[in-house]
Every structure is written in structure tokens, then in C-alpha cells.
Design a protein around this ligand. Sequence first.
Ligand SMILES: [Zn+2]
Ligand SMILES: [Zn+2]
Length: 388
Amino acid sequence: MQSRQRMFSSAMRLFLRWFRLCPRRGRRRAPRWLRELWSYNRLLLKSLYFNTLTNSDVIMDCLFEPVFWLVDHLTRWFGVVFVCLVVILTSSILIIAYISLLPLALKTYSPAWIAWHLCYGHWNLVMIVFHYYKATKTSPGHPPQMKCDIPAVSICKKCIIPKPARTHHCGICNTCILKMDHHCPWLNNCVGHFNHRYFFSFCMFMTLGCIYCSISGRNMFIDAYNAIERFKSLDAEKQGVPVTGVGLLIGILPPGSVTGQSYYQTPPPAFTFRDKMFHKSIIYMWVLTSTVALALGGLTLWHAVLISRGETSIERHINSKETQRMKKRGKVFRNPFNYGRLNNWKVFFGIEKRSHWLTRVLLPSGHAPYGDGLTWDYCPRRKDMMAI
Ligand SMILES: [Zn+2]
Ligand SMILES: [Zn+2]
């Protein structure tokens, strides 16, 4: 019995050895040149898309690249349309103010109120026009294209030039912008180091102008709205409203008035085309200025918060990500360009002495911003804090 088991086990061992050796003998290996060609092509294919820095953000950017391309090109071409829209809408409000409101104010207001409206309205208008013109026409600033000794923090992949701190590439302008905040389609220009103050001042004075129009025209809007409603009812009556079912009124109404199935009321007094246009223009002005005041007011407040923190819109995004990253490491991120709330505003408006708050903020001023936008003073920081 034991000898049979030994024979069986030795036979199985031989079979397993044969089974291990058999595939090697039977496998037909591809020729060496074919294997080399295969591995070369595989390496070539991987080299086309392999990136050690690849993450979900890079993949999403690649997938959405056609969408970004389309949006960039549309924004570039529609920039002129947006600028025309700003000019047309602002001009329409001005025309209404000068043709409809000013004569009425001169007739009905007291001299003190007339003086206030004339002074404030024209000052606000000058500030809006000046800052809008400067924001659209002033170049935001670009880094030098040639090699220089300016300290750079990275290389722009599209321009292939060194990028100084706070510089970012604008896909719509297709160039690098110093201290880039964002590309504004309403200006058809990038908001950067040299025109950031003009952009913010334009937003601020446009919001103030819209709030001024909205508040001072509130009662006129209510009157105009009621008048338009009255016009509508009178128009309906003028066309003739057939009155049916007057059977119950037989005997109450004068004889002859219920002879037919319908009759027409007395024609209303005539309202001129000028009256209607006046009231409609008041409604248009109030709705437009109130809407812009709300929308632009929110944007202006957000930019005011960013300026208080010493950040641009792009840096807000980067800094919030960096804050989260540092928090995971048990460190605190500190913005190196935050010089303190008041100092940030002084740097932003270029305030060097007290009188500049009047001459450089509340009056039109074309002074250059602090610094050249290429090098920046870093706020001193503690050792346990990290900054990019
Ligand atoms: Zn660039
Ligand atoms: Zn741009």
C-alpha cells in the first residue's frame, strides 16, 4: 500500500515538473525587434501625457480647455459691445436727467436743493466719466519680455517669460498682467497694477451715482408708476369697453342707453405723448439705477473687503487654498502683502499725506500707483508662519 502511494506521489511530482517546463517550451516569444518597437511606442505614448504634477485640477482644466477657449474669445470680441452698452445706458440716464428732471427741479425745488443737486450730480458725473475713461485706457502693466534681474516666482507657460510676484497670465488679453485682479468685460481691459485704483473708483462712484438717482427719484417713480397705471385704464376706456348684461339696469339707466347689447363710455381727456414719455423715462431710470446700485454695490463692497486684506481677486482664491493647506500642517498662513487695513488703503489710493484723501480720492487724479508692480515689499512675518 505504501509503495503504491510512493509511486503515485513520484508520478505526480514528475507531472508537475513537466507542466512547469511545458509552457516555456511551447511559448513563442515575439522577435526582439518587435518587442523593442512595442516598448518604444508605449514609452512614446506615455511621454505625451505623463506629468508628475497631474491631479484632478489639471485633468479638469484639460477637459474644459475648449470651453475656456470659447469663453475667452467671446469675451474678447464682446468687450467692445459691453463698453458701448455702458456708454449708451449711462448717456440715456444723463439725457433723462437733463431733459426731464432738471427743468422740473428748477421750477419746483428751493434754491438750496437746486444747488445741492447741481453740485453733487455734476461732481459724481465727472468722477464716473474720469475713472471709467482712465480704467479702460490705462494699461494694467506687463512684465518685461526680455531677460532682466527682476526676481521672479515662476515662469509663464504661455508667454515663456519669468513672472514676478502677483503677476498672472490673462487668457483673454493673452499676456501676463502685473498684480492682476481680473479681466473686466465692462472695461474691455484687464484690471491690474496700474488701473486697479481707477476700476475701484469707477465702481464706487457709479454705485454712489445710482444710489443718488434711486433715492432722489423714488417719489417721482411712484407718481410715474401710478400715472402709467391711470393711462392704461384710460386707454382701455378710450378703445371702448363693451358692457353686457345690463338687463338689471333697465329702468335705472336713462332711456336710449340700453338699446343695444353694448355701449361706449364718454371718451377720457387726452394725455399727450410727452406726458407718457416723461413718466416712462422716470420708471426706466429708477429701475435701471436701482438694479445697478444693488449689483454694482455688492461687487464694490467685495472689492473693498479684498483691498482691506491686501489681496486681489485671484490672490483671494490662492490664499484660501493655501490657508487650508497650511492648516493641515498645523501652520498659519499669512498674506505677505497685507500691511494692515489702513495701510492697505493708503497704498491702494497712493496716500502720502492727509490732504491726499481729498485730492487723490475725492477729486480726479492721475497719479501713478505705489511701486512698479515688479517688486514688492513683504510684510515682516513670524517664523511659524508660511507665505507663498
Ligand atoms: Zn503669460
Ligand atoms: Zn485680460
